[in-house]
Design a protein around this ligand. Structure first.
Ligand SMILES: Cc1cc2nc3c(=O)[nH]c(=O)nc-3n(C[C@H](O)[C@H](O)[C@H](O)COP(=O)(O)OP(=O)(O)OC[C@H]3O[C@@H](n4cnc5c(N)ncnc54)[C@H](O)[C@@H]3O)c2cc1C
Length: 475
């Protein structure tokens, strides 16, 4: 059996691994990547003096599917937990950095809403109805919670506008809890009590809710990582795609852009003219849309959008404490504060190992997103001016100490899950199933923007394909 995986970001690489695992010798799996490297948005570099710089993602939350992948390829032991001090996170409110959620500026906005959660007026939404994230949190709690707590979190993960972001696609569990309990505060307390009762049962935790994790022997390192909020590797997150590259180099075809995906009348799929029994697309939505355009009309792709980001890695001379003196993961900025940046990650505090023993401080400034679509037109000078003023005003950084900066323009980096996203995905799946049934989809365009979402989806699709193939095998 021949299977093609299209795209070599973490979704495609994970699909390659889990397909190999599920099929063994029964399938020949080939991954096609348009570029000369794997990893997609995951890109760790060594800057001067060996400092680790992340152009894209920099940390992962523990999740069973990803831990499983790390264990399978032998790098679970290499993972490093974040520094304990990185637990602190800040919000910039009225030009002041406030500890979230414990500062009075944050508590005074959140507590009253939590203590007097609004009664549901009128019937709850039907199961299939969607609404914006802002509408949900304003309706249930208050506009302050929506604007000062949820909005910055949304900027940090989806670089999105809460008025457009789909509640169903992003905070689906909370939405379900509202439907089940009628009251969020009661639902959260009840879940916490339940988790407390099951404290020793690792498999009851939502983080290990992935059924495939059941029966997996959890090493001490696995258990340790489950307790840490986030982790990475000493050389950065590229350790994962690089390891997969090393393991599967004979299955990879680089500089091989997929241009046409069609149904094969004799069964299976034709990819750039060659026959495969199955194909798994792990390409971004635009590449997929172009490749299936002969068979699937543009209406199947209607309404999907992306946002672009500018990421600036900054190195400062002298140690972290001398520069910032504020331990933590970083700070985010609610959009109602009218600032030009989304937030700053204090990289040297989160993973000091990645400073490689140097007396320097690494920071990353995030800019752009759905609220700043003009960001890509900014010159380097303008970007750096904004970065310098933000670091000075918000962190009191002596900008004369900036020794290095690296600007990344990430075009179409973050898929925007606008209201109705899940219906759009279902519609697209329906069109593809009826015209190219041998093609499956994975990837951040549709099934979650975090690395864990990408790995988890790839694992489910690989297992599903193996079950489908098994069902067709003559007994
Ligand atoms: C700046 C930034 C910070 C982030 N931070 C985090 C974080 O801290 N934690 C986290 O969990 N997530 C984070 N994310 C999100 C996460 O990195 C991505 O969602 C994830 O890496 C996407 O992986 P993917 O494989 O689905 O897509 P991609 O990484 O986009 O991979 C798609 C691959 O397909 C290839 N391709 C495209 N067209 C074709 C074609 N025609 N033929 C063949 N190949 C093609 C591309 O070259 C690419 O290699 C961040 C993202 C960004 C941009």
């Amino acid at each position: 059996m021949k299977i093609a995986v299209l795209g070599g970001g973490i979704s495609g690489l994970s699909a390659l691994h889990f397909l190999n695992k599920a099929f063994g010798d029964a399938a020949e799996v080939t991954l096609f990547e348009s570029q000369k490297r794997v990893g997609g948005w995951i890109q760790s570099l060594e800057a001067r003096k060996g400092l680790v710089i992340e152009a894209g993602p920099r940390s992962l939350r523990p999740h069973a599917s990803t831990l499983q992948l790390l264990q399978d390829v032998g790098i679970l032991k290499d993972a490093i937990p974040a520094n304990k001090a990185a637990k602190a996170r800040y919000l910039l409110i009225d030009d002041k950095l406030c500890n979230a959620p414990y500062s009075k500026e944050v508590l005074s906005r959140v507590l009253p809403a939590l203590l007097h959660e609004r009664k549901q007026e009128g019937p709850l939404f039907g199961a299939s109805m969607d609404e914006s994230v802002r509408s949900f949190f304003t309706r249930r709690l208050s506009s302050d919670v929506a604007d000062y707590v949820v909005d910055p979190v949304v900027s940090g993960i989806w670089a999105a506008n809460t008025e457009k972001l789909s509640m169903q696609a992003t905070f689906g569990k909370l939405r379900d809890m509202e439907r089940e309990y009628g009251n969020l505060t009661r639902a959260v307390l009840s879940r916490l009590r339940q988790e407390g009762r099951n404290h020793d049962d690792a498999e009851s935790s939502t983080r290990t809710a992935d059924p495939i994790a059941k029966g997996v022997e959890q090493s001490d390192q696995w258990k340790m990582l489950l307790k840490t909020p986030i982790y990475s590797f000493p050389g950065g997150l590229s350790h994962l795609p690089n390891t997969l590259y090393g393991r599967y180099s004979s299955n990879l075809q680089f500089s091989n852009p997929i241009e046409v995906i069609e149904n094969d009348r004799n069964g299976g799929v034709r990819v750039n003219g060659s026959h495969f029994d199955y194909a798994v697309s792990a390409m971004p939505r635009r590449s997929l849309q172009a490749a299936v355009s002969k068979t699937v009309g543009p209406q199947a792709f209607h309404g999907f959008r992306t946002a672009s980001l500018v990421v600036v890695n900054v190195t400062l001379e002298k140690r972290y404490k001398k520069n910032i003196g504020r331990p933590g993961f970083g700070h985010l900025i609610p959009s109602n504060q009218g600032k030009d940046i989304l937030g700053v990650v204090y990289d040297s505090c989160v993973f000091p190992e990645q400073d490689r023993g140097n007396r320097n401080t690494r920071l990353t400034v995030m800019m752009g997103g759905d609220r700043r679509p003009d960001i890509l037109s900014w010159s380097d000078e303008k970007v750096l001016d904004v970065v310098r003023s933000a670091l000075k005003e918000q962190l009191n950084v002596d900008t004369d100490r900036i020794s290095d900066t690296l600007i990344w323009r990430h075009v179409d980096a973050i898929p925007q899950y606008d209201i109705g996203h899940l219906d759009r995905v279902r519609n697209l799946e329906f069109h593809l199933r009826s015209s190219i049934p041998g093609l499956s989809l994975v990837g951040n365009s549709f099934y979650g923007v975090g690395v864990n979402d990408c790995v988890h989806r790839a694992k489910s699709v690989a297992e599903d394909l193996s079950n489908r193939a098994l069902a067709l095998t003559p007994k």
